[in-house]
Design a protein around this ligand. Structure first.
Ligand code: HSE
Length: 430
């Protein structure tokens, strides 16, 4: 039999436990696929004594990560501890010690991926991170391998399960944001501090990774325009449903003439769009390639075994590369420098809900500001709210983001506007 491929894993939480279970469950299949057995020699944990619902041989557990990073027998390091700075230190050291690294850590890759990829290049190591986006959905390999022959110009994703669960329940049960959030926490879909999910940061990190790969450039987190779902109201959802749309927290990466824009924001999709029927905690990524046209990838975005499938598939690829002597050659170095669209180059269509003082000419003043900035209106409806105030809901045609900024500025000065209750992007109708 060929020499085993020896693995050291850092972390044994939800994902790490799934990795151990999957490697044990499918050991024979992996032997066949790789031509050598996979052996987990050490797992670094904070406390060896902690009770776990997984049986691990005592000699496998270590509370000293150096047992993994400095062990010359270990070929592949799996980082599933999470966090940023310490994980970065460990991954760096593993690569410097010529170990191939598999990580599920989107925060680490979104913030330091370019630097780590360069280090992997220098030390001729594999660095794979399929599990960092979309849990069990093989979206990274689809971009780097399956669609490598195409030119991808649009990536649209529901890449955060917590917010998709919340928006789904608000839409289906007509419950308030706060109530659904409590329920999501109780069911374990939302973290006890869910801010990075509901404020869009988790999705922004994933979109930075996906867009960087799709457009073959390095994307920084600060390049992503982010707006979360904290302020989405049940009233918004009801209007949106009545107009035939579904509200989703969408990540959108778009490239036109080599210019890029990336955003994460609550967005209206027509009910007929395939992403509109991605419900609950599920994730999906829709890609547009110039040759292939539209493709969509759907599945569980988190969870122990689903995420472990992505981690272990990365391990298998690194293991096969080791056997073939091709490690360190299969990741993608960016082809292009980064060129972001200006506000004048971004085009948008918007849904607005505006509280207006109910007096003669109020609506005319609002519509004339849109007209002045070249924005045409597609739909408009007005609903009296009280004796003196009415609610105006409207959907625009596409125009530049620069024009919308001017409209927003003028609205702030406009006496007949009581408040802008909400404004969301509308997509998916091209
Ligand atoms: N917190 C993430 C989500 C799961 O809600 O999708 C892991 O990326």
């Amino acid at each position: 039999m060929n020499k085993p491929i020896v693995i050291g894993m850092i972390g044994l939480g939800t994902v790490g436990s799934g990795v151990m279970r999957l490697i044990a469950r499918n050991a024979e299949q992996f032997l066949h696929k790789v031509g050598a057995p996979l052996v987990i020699k050490h797992v670094a944990v904070q406390s060896k004594e902690k009770e776990r619902d997984l049986e691990v041989a005592p000699q496998v557990l270590t509370d000293n990560v150096e047992d993994i990073l400095n062990d010359p027998e270990i070929d592949i390091v799996v980082e599933v501890m999470g966090g940023i700075e310490q994980a970065k230190q460990y991954v760096t050291k593993a690569l410097q010690n010529k170990k191939h690294v598999i990580t599920a850590n989107k925060d680490l890759i979104a913030l330091h991926g370019a630097e780590l990829a360069q280090l992997a290049n220098e030390y001729e190591c594999d660095l794979f991170y399929e599990a960092s986006v979309g849990g069990g959905i093989p979206i990274i390999r689809s971009l780097t391998h399956g669609l490598a022959s195409d030119e991808i110009n649009r990536v649209v994703g529901i890449v955060n399960g917590t917010t998709n669960y919340i928006l789904t329940k608000m839409s289906q049960n007509h419950e308030d944001f706060g109530d659904v959030l409590q329920d999501a926490k109780a069911k374990g879909f939302a973290e006890s501090d869910p801010s990075s999910d509901i404020d869009g940061l988790d999705a922004a990190r994933k979109m930075a990774i996906l867009s960087g790969l799709a457009f073959s450039t390095n994307i920084d987190l600060s390049d992503v325009h982010v707006k979360g779902i904290r302020h989405v109201s049940l009233e918004d959802i009801k209007y949106i449903q009545n107009l035939g749309y579904t509200l989703k927290l969408l990540g959108i990466g778009d490239r036109k003439h080599q210019k890029i824009e990336i955003s994460v924001e609550p967005t209206l999709l027509p009910n007929s769009h395939p992403l509109a029927s991605v419900h609950n905690e599920f994730n999906a990524v829709y890609l547009y390639g110039e040759a292939v046209g539209e493709t969509m990838f759907y599945g569980p975005g988190a969870g122990s075994l689903p995420t472990a499938t992505a981690v272990v598939s990365d391990v298998l690829e690194a293991a096969k590369n080791l056997r073939l002597g091709t490690t360190g050659r299969s990741y993608i170095t960016p082809q292009y420098g980064k060129d972001l669209k200006s506000n004048a180059e971004m085009d948008r269509k918007y849904f607005f809900r505006i509280l207006v003082k109910d007096k003669p000419g109020a609506l005319a003043q609002i519509t004339s500001i849109f007209a002045k900035h070249g924005i045409s209106l597609e739909r408009i409806l007005q609903q009296p709210k009280s004796k003196s105030v009415a609610e105006v809901v409207l959907i625009t045609y596409r125009s530049s983001y620069e024009n919308y900024e001017e409209v927003f500025n003028e609205f702030e000065q406009l006496d007949v506007i009581d408040s802008i209750l909400s404004s969301y992007r509308v997509e998916g109708e091209e």
